[in-house]
Write a protein that binds this ligand. Structure first.
Ligand SMILES: Cc1cc2nc3c(=O)[nH]c(=O)nc-3n(C[C@H](O)[C@H](O)[C@H](O)COP(=O)(O)OP(=O)(O)OC[C@H]3O[C@@H](n4cnc5c(N)ncnc54)[C@H](O)[C@@H]3O)c2cc1C
Length: 554
């Protein structure tokens, strides 16, 4: 080996720095190798929400949850499938136990975390579902505290100085004074920051910024532009990695183990074509390093792989001149619905983004549905944002020139503009309007779940999410089954150890995050079901590798 550490982490994703802090607490040396020039992975770009059942913040606020309640919920969602080796009952239970413990550990390490006040589970009506929600987020973080490391922290997709709970209210600012005040507060916070030398990060960047600060203080070593190509196997056990560092090849030894936290394969079209056909790299929000390197390496060494056909679908629209735009909360507002290319409505437009995209992909097998059309009316355009443009504003010229935004003085004319059967779209609109007037979606149950209503407009009545589409002119934009990352990979056990195809453990090798087959199987039970597990299995892996057993670390 060219150099030797106790623990080596491949990728600076969600679980990487959490694992590293455990190792440092145990007095062990740790190196994190990151392929790109930036720390934080997709986790830093993200909302940074972690789904942590039975967490300390719920307890402090007297919100009902327990191990039994949370496991009942996972059994009633994730547990419905039996072809998901990442989500065995044993792993689900370990997750519920360890996630809360992981949060206690981070708080003990000085990471400022808290609950989002209200973020319902995505299936709150199922046994064990929580309406207030189980989300944990990082407090805003002044990235200037990182000094020269600030430039090496990945940028966020959400560059606003407001907690997510407040940001979620911004889209209804035209209709709500509270939302206007929250936007003003965020603006003032940014302005005050300029005067006092603070640069506030929120969401995933705040989380990863805080983790990076703690890791640097604890003496964790980082190497950027350092891509791992292979794991080194000796007598069936992993003893290190082979990495390309600054253009040169290095063999780096790991006495206690190697943790893979190298993300998924959302940026690899060839792998998508093989495992998640009819989806595109252009539709993902995952960071550029998400190219499946460690997936391919795990296949090479004979590790078990599973759930490779799963992604965290997230409905995107692609306005000309910009990247994929996450449009979920916009579609969920009143006066909007979605149809396939024949003009038929085919789903509840609210709810889990993963389910939305699965439904679109399934529909496309019967009727062309990629892209589908988001149909809105003039009232929608006045009140709500569309693809990040402000309500009531003129839409960019390019949207018309490049035929992205379609319009029609009548629904039939809009249908013509979209190449959809006019009579069919008219019938769909009339049916939708009748349901909206009644405030009950008998066809697809939009608005029945707490999460549907949370995404809607709380000022709108009788339904927070159903509103008629009847004020001319009418508009349509395309929507595709995009994603925020993949969800399948190497199979790990309840200690985050990588398994071979025959179920045996590969000694010295651990994995977490989207490198693995998710503990959430084929479901997204609530906000934070990617980052929560990534942190938790990183925590579990490091504790196991350091030989700490179930010792409390805080
Ligand atoms: C806009 C957006 C919002 C989201 N919001 C949320 C949310 O709020 N909650 C949630 O749970 N999920 C959310 N997601 C999904 C979530 O962010 C990702 O699924 C998750 O962050 C993946 O984390 P990870 O730990 O697996 O790896 P990542 O955070 O993606 O990190 C992997 C790292 O490994 C590096 N790497 C790759 N290959 C190598 C190699 N060969 N050698 C060395 N390094 C390598 C990559 O460059 C990358 O930095 C969101 C995603 C996006 C894009």
């Amino acid at each position: 080996m060219d150099e030797l550490y106790d623990f080596v982490v491949v990728g600076s994703g969600g679980g990487s720095m959490c694992a590293a802090l455990v190792m440092r607490q145990a007095g062990k040396s740790v190196l994190i190798l990151e392929k790109t020039g930036l720390v934080g992975g997709s986790t830093a770009k993200a909302g940074g929400v972690m789904w942590i059942p039975n967490n300390r913040f719920m307890k402090a606020e007297g919100i009902d949850d327990s191990f039994d309640k949370a496991t009942a919920y996972l059994d009633a969602t994730v547990g419905l499938d039996d072809d998901v080796p990442g989500a065995t009952p044993e792993r689900r239970r370990a997750y519920v136990r360890e996630a809360a413990e992981m949060v206690d550990f981070l708080v003990g390490q000085g990471i400022k975390l808290g609950r989002s006040p209200y973020w319902p589970d995505y299936y709150d009506e199922r046994p064990g579902g929580s309406e207030p929600g189980r989300t944990v987020v990082a407090d805003l973080f002044d990235v200037n505290e990182l000094g020269e490391w600030k430039a090496r922290l990945r940028e966020s997709a959400m560059p606003v100085a407001a907690p997510l709970s407040e940001m979620m209210e911004f889209p209804i600012f035209k209709r709500s004074w509270r939302s206007k005040l929250l936007m003003l507060k965020a603006g003032l916070r940014m302005a005050a920051g300029k005067l006092t030398g603070k640069e506030w990060a929120t969401a995933g960047r705040a989380l990863q910024g805080r983790m990076l600060q703690a890791a640097l203080r604890a003496g964790v070593a980082f190497r950027l532009n350092a891509g791992v190509r292979e794991v080194i196997l000796e007598n069936g056990a992993v003893t290190g990695v082979l990495a390309t560092v600054d253009g040169g090849e290095r063999r780096i030894g790991a006495r206690l183990g190697v943790l893979l936290n190298a993300g998924g394969f959302a940026q690899n079209q060839e792998m998508r074509d093989t495992y998640i056909p009819r989806t595109r790299t252009e539709w993902t929000h995952a960071a550029e390093g998400d190219t499946g390197d460690m997936h391919r390496e795990m296949m090479r060494i004979g590790a078990a792989m599973a759930q490779m056909d799963e992604m965290v679908g997230n409905q995107m629209t692609l306005p000309p001149g910009s990247g994929p735009n996450m449009i979920q909360p916009q579609i969920a507002k009143p006066h909007a619905f979605v149809v396939d290319q024949s003009g038929v409505r085919y789903m509840n437009e609210c709810g889990s983004y993963m389910e939305f995209c699965k439904t679109m992909l399934a529909r496309d097998r019967e009727v062309p549905a990629i892209p589908s059309w988001v149909i809105v009316d003039t009232r929608y355009m006045k009140d709500y944002m569309l693809a990040d443009t402000m309500p009531g504003t003129r839409k960019p010229r390019r949207w018309f020139d490049e035929n992205y935004l379609r319009t029609g003085a009548t629904i039939e004319a809009l249908a013509e503009a979209c190449g959809v059967d006019p009579a069919r779209l008219k019938a769909t609109t009339e049916r939708f309007n009748a349901l909206a007037r009644a405030g009950v979606d008998e066809d697809f149950h939009r608005g029945d779940r707490a999460y549907d209503r949370f995404l809607g407009d709380r000022t709108h009545e009788p339904s927070q999410t159903l509103g008629t589409v009847e004020q001319a002119p009418f508009y349509a934009i395309p929507v595709v089954p995009g994603d925020v990352g993949t969800y399948g990979g190497v199979v790990t056990d309840a200690q985050a150890r990588v398994l071979r195809e025959d179920g045996s453990v590969i000694p010295g090798l651990y994995a977490t995050g989207t490198t693995t087959a998710s503990v959430m199987g084929r479901y997204y039970p609530g906000a934070g079901c990617s980052i929560g597990p990534s942190f938790t299995w990183g925590f579990v892996a490091a504790r196991h590798a350091a030989g700490l057993g179930n010792q409390q670390l805080h």
